[in-house]
Every structure is written in C-alpha cells, then in structure tokens.
Design a protein around this ligand. Sequence first.
Ligand SMILES: [Zn+2]
Length: 80
Amino acid sequence: MEELLRLVLVVAAIWLIIHRLKHPGPRSRVTRTSRKESPPDSMPMLRCARCGVYIPQAEAVTAHGQAFCSREHATLGMRR
Ligand SMILES: [Zn+2]
C-alpha cells in the first residue's frame, strides 16, 4: 500500500512539472501596480534593435520583424 502511495506521488509530481512547463506563470494574477515599477519576472524582455536597450514586450514597438524601444527608433530602423 505504501508503494502505491509513493507511485501516485511520483506520478503527480511528474504531471505537475509537465503542467508547469506547458503553462508557465499564473495568468489570472491581477497586476495593479504602477507602470513605473519593474515588470514581473514572467514578462519577456526585448532588446531594441537600434540602441540595444531592454524593454518589456508589452511596451516594445515592433517593426520589420524587430523590436524597438520607441516609435522613433522603429522608424529609424536597425543600426547600420
Ligand atoms: Zn532604442
């Protein structure tokens, strides 16, 4: 009986790991903090193709398949 319980625990642990890999980070969490604060760890950071500054994906401007920190840099395009 103890072995069966252990097996169930192992299966549950594996299932949890797989489940977490498929769904990283809780999406239901409401963030009411100000935008000036640093973004949560789940927020992917993108690098500006022009100046190399890191910006959160939500604030990034994408153009020509590249991410930029501002609309100005998006129009200027990639650094030559
Ligand atoms: Zn930039």
